[in-house]
Design a protein around this ligand. Structure first.
Ligand SMILES: *Cc1c(COP(=O)(O)O)cnc(C)c1O
Length: 399
């Protein structure tokens, strides 16, 4: 098999059609760059939805994985392993003040499921909510993953149609609306689950002060604040975690994507001991969660973020990139928005023709919800590479 066309054909015959990928067949990747099977080079401006913040095949993370492969990969949680405790301590150190226990899982959706189970149990056992009455408030246009429970409170018909009956106990309110949160809280409310910036909805940045307001409302009502930082975390928005822009600390945070350093699915829930302790042996778990290989990769992924100051880099280069995008002058552009290297350009017309043109010119970017194009390159990108990208993006969007 040699051509992109052949690879796409065999995939289409044998693979379920739950995605509609852009017509590029990637065969190799390094740093912010990827190559297709014909050898054409592209700048990756999606970063696997921010799972590749450290760049593709970062040598330090690859080496950590290889070293661990020679020792032990998988133990299950039936036994202890010599990586997990130190790794979780490392993770909590990076998370900073307010978090003192972590529960390791694999995918982001599993971390969100874990958080949901935890806050429900907290509601019954600590807050004193009557059995099976717990309510969790979520936002319209949320994206928290693909499990049956999670899609049950999605508002996107593409994600939830004909997957019912949905898990009860979720209340949907508008995003960026603290008053709506206040109004939706009842004595049965155990938590508010929200993204600090809505990623999949198209990089929707809430008003300044939103996180502080919802933090106060949750505190005043004995409701736990769960921030889903699976996409916004680990430097993407110009701080290690997006909530640090407003100096608030959630009660629970879900993490994933870049925690796996672009190599493995590695996720976690972090919280405080008194909340996390509702889990007792047998109440939750995962065969692979916390496996030594993931811990080794997670450790290295965190080291790279801290040592290379990728959060600061994202802040500086992100402002520069955003300014460059804002200079693009064409009436088809409705809005340019973002924080750090998490940006989007929203058009007045369908974005797909422009993403296709960008790909022809060597930039991998994907449209979200028809009208917006997200630009979220690996945080190891250089200023020169951003200049190169801005040139092409400007040319394509002004054409
Ligand atoms: C990607 C994402 C998830 C789901 O993560 P998976 O690893 O795909 O299960 C959850 N929440 C947010 C905010 C995400 O961006």
């Amino acid at each position: 098999m040699t051509s992109s066309k052949e690879y796409m054909e065999i995939e289409s015959i044998h693979g379920a059609h739950n995605y509609h990928p852009i017509s590029v067949v990637i065969a190799k990747a390094k740093g912010p760059w990827v190559w297709d099977v014909e050898g054409k080079k592209y700048l990756d401006c999606l970063s696997a939805y921010s799972a590749v913040n450290q760049g593709h095949a970062h040598p330090k993370i690859v080496e950590a994985l290889k070293d661990q492969l020679d020792r032990v990969a998988l133990t299950s949680r039936a036994f202890h392993n010599d990586r997990m405790g130190l790794y979780l301590k490392h993770l909590l150190d990076v998370c900073g003040e307010g978090f003192d226990m972590a529960l390791p899982m694999n995918t982001g959706a599993e971390a969100v499921e874990t958080a949901i189970k935890m806050v429900r149990r907290w509601g019954y056992e600590v807050k004193g909510v009557e059995k099976d009455k717990a309510e969790i408030i979520v936002c319209a246009n949320n994206f928290h993953g693909r499990t049956t429970t999670i899609v049950g409170f999605s508002t996107d018909p593409l994600a939830n149609t004909n997957f019912g009956p949905y898990t009860p106990g979720f209340i949907v309110i508008p995003y960026n609306d603290p008053e709506a949160l206040k109004d939706a809280i009842t004595p049965n409310t155990v938590a508010f689950l929200v993204e600090p910036i809505q990623g999949e909805a198209g990089v929707i940045v809430p008003s300044e002060g939103y996180l502080r307001k919802i933090r106060d409302i949750c505190t005043n009502n004995n409701v736990l604040l769960i921030l889903d930082e699976i996409q916004t975390g680990f430097g993407r928005t110009g701080k290690m975690f997006c909530h640090q822009h407003e100096g608030v600390i959630p009660d629970v945070m879900t993490l994933g994507k870049a925690l796996g350093g672009g190599l493995l699915p590695v996720s976690a829930v972090v919280s405080r001991k008194e909340i996390m302790e509702v889990f007792i042996p047998g109440s939750h778990g995962s065969t692979f969660g916390g496996f030594p290989l993931a811990c080794a990769v997670g450790d290295a992924a965190l080291d790279v973020l801290v040592e290379e100051k990728l959060d600061q880099r994202s802040a500086e280069l992100g402002s520069y990139f955003l300014e460059g995008l804002q200079k693009i002058d064409h009436s088809r552009i409705k809005e340019v928005r973002g924080k750090g290297l998490f940006t989007a350009v929203e058009l007045h017309e369908k974005a797909r023709p422009y993403t296709e043109k960008l790909i022809e010119e060597g930039i991998l970017a994907k449209e979200t919800h028809d009208f917006a194009i997200r630009f979220a390159p690996p945080l190891v990108i250089t200023k020169e590479e951003i200049d190169w990208a801005l040139n092409i993006i400007t040319k394509v969007l002004e054409s």
